[in-house]
Write a protein that binds this ligand. Structure first.
Ligand SMILES: Cc1cc2nc3c(=O)[nH]c(=O)nc-3n(C[C@H](O)[C@H](O)[C@H](O)COP(=O)(O)OP(=O)(O)OC[C@H]3O[C@@H](n4cnc5c(N)ncnc54)[C@H](O)[C@@H]3O)c2cc1C
Length: 424
């Protein structure tokens, strides 16, 4: 660990202010813990705001009527979006039957700040993890660095909500859950300059992809034109069609992928401009600030959710959160498969899937929880990340206050009091 210039103490320290981290912080703080949330960007939201992943999935079961399976912190964030004039009613995707809530990234940043502020969380933005101290198999403190220099945060419990397992990695446990091939990344694009009535020429996205792919680029666009959605409260479209293999833990290679993906986005939108009058002024309004990473490090947890449990809609006894999104598996760039949730369209996420094997006071949340490679396709979505984050936060607060004897019912009681949904 490096020499720290400032020191902070808290009960629960959380790395990453994505859906999981924000919900974890709300959960821990409401359960009475002094909570610090650390984020390397200057805003919260994780993939939604840093990779333009602009739809909440997993807040509803894939049933004919939209049935909520995630409440609590997610409900607070949606209410906060509503006060900013955003329509947060769910929309059903015709092709898959899934319910989503489209997002405006700028409104989301404000909504998340407000939701966090309302819960009394201390947020350290523009602070990246740079060191971890462990003693006798338990974490003691972490070092974070930024323009302020290096600061040390001591806590009783830690939550890795970094998506990439950065806290777990620096804690020294590099035992992965087994060899697996990571799902590919994507670079979603925000496209501006679209004329009204563009819906009538929706096939333009497929045509643009074909024109672009004919140039034999290294990063190909999806043959079906990809996902295109209107971004609420703006005149931009969200276009997700560029998939690529990219590993954020590769120090040099990942930057090269960022360069290549940005270049690809530029050429692709140039192709879109040539497809008709509705798109003649199309432009790249924004990419990034980073490639959207679906999967990278996968910490070893005490328990893993298995695909079979999702297929049967199993609700284990130690369920602390619900999932409702099908197993959406990206086998390779441009190749996706959906495997539906069985039973009543929901499955239970067991507490032990949040506990890191070998480090008693480190929990994981969001896309880091224990799951086999197919189940991962379901648990990683942002709606479910809110649910596992809040559960991790509440559990962490209980560990911090009464490590000796924690009763499972106390955790579920706290979660229910916070509006979390635990029963199908
Ligand atoms: C291209 C793509 C499309 C997707 N489409 C959808 C979709 O339509 N709907 C949906 O619900 N889900 C979708 N997903 C999945 C979803 O976005 C992620 O799985 C989800 O965001 C995971 O939430 P999280 O909170 O675990 O992690 P993240 O959202 O990744 O948040 C992690 C946070 O930790 C921060 N962080 C990481 N390391 C550090 C560090 N060292 N120091 C400080 N901060 C750090 C990051 O900056 C980030 O803010 C998609 C994912 C991708 C990549």
């Amino acid at each position: 660990m490096s020499a720290a210039t400032s020191q902070f103490e808290c009960d629960v320290a959380i790395l990453g202010a994505g859906s999981a981290g924000v919900a974890a912080a709300i959960g821990a703080s409401k359960a009475g813990a002094r909570t610090i949330l650390i984020e390397r960007y200057g805003f919260a939201g994780g993939a939604a705001t840093n990779s333009s992943v602009l739809a909440y999935c997993g807040l509803f079961a894939n049933t004919i009527e939209a049935r909520r399976v995630v409440g609590g912190a997610a409900t607070e964030v949606l209410s906060s979006l509503e006060t900013l004039g955003m329509d947060v009613s769910p929309r059903r995707i015709r092709s898959t039957g899934n319910w989503i809530i489209p997002l405006n990234p700028e409104a989301l940043k404000v909504a998340l700040d407000r939701a966090a502020a309302g819960s009394g969380i201390e947020i350290l933005y523009r602070a990246a993890l740079c060191g971890v101290a462990t003693v006798d198999g338990a974490m003691r403190s972490i070092d974070i660095c930024g323009d302020f220099g290096v600061a040390r945060i001591s806590a009783r419990t830690f939550i890795d909500a970094s998506g990439d397992g950065n806290l777990w990695h620096l804690a020294g446990d590099r035992t992965l859950t087994g060899p697996h091939k990571s799902q590919p990344a994507s670079l979603p694009i925000r496209v501006g300059g679209i004329e009204a009535g563009w819906q009538e020429s929706r096939s333009a996205f497929q045509a643009a992809s074909a024109i672009y792919n004919a140039q034999a680029p290294l990063i190909r666009a999806r043959g079906n034109g990809g996902v295109v959605l209107e971004i609420p409260g703006s005149s931009e479209l969200w276009w997700m069609t560029l998939d690529l293999e990219a590993d954020p833990t590769d120090a040099i290679g990942f930057g090269q992928k960022e360069i290549a993906a940005r270049d690809a986005a530029w050429h692709l939108v140039s192709a879109l401009k040539s497809t008709g009058p509705a798109f003649r002024n199309a432009n790249v309004a924004s990419t990034g600030p980073q490639i959207g990473v679906r999967e990278s490090r996968r910490p070893a947890t005490v328990r893993r959710i298995l695909a079979e449990e999702i297929i049967t809609g199993s609700i284990p006894e130690d369920t602390i959160a619900l999932g409702g999104w099908p197993m959406e598996i990206h086998h390779a760039p441009g190749v996706q498969e959906y495997i539906p949730v069985g039973g009543d369209g929901v499955f239970g996420i067991p507490l032990d899937a949040l506990r890191v094997a070998g480090i008693a006071n480190l929990l994981v949340a969001g896309r880091l929880i224990g799951a086999d490679s197919r189940a991962f396709g379901s648990i990683r979505v942002m709606g479910t990340a809110f649910a596992t984050g809040q559960a991790a936060g509440v559990y962490a607060a209980h560990i911090a206050s009464s490590a000796a004897d924690i009763r499972f019912q106390d955790i579920t009681r706290s979660l229910s009091a916070q509006g979390a949904i635990l029963a199908a």
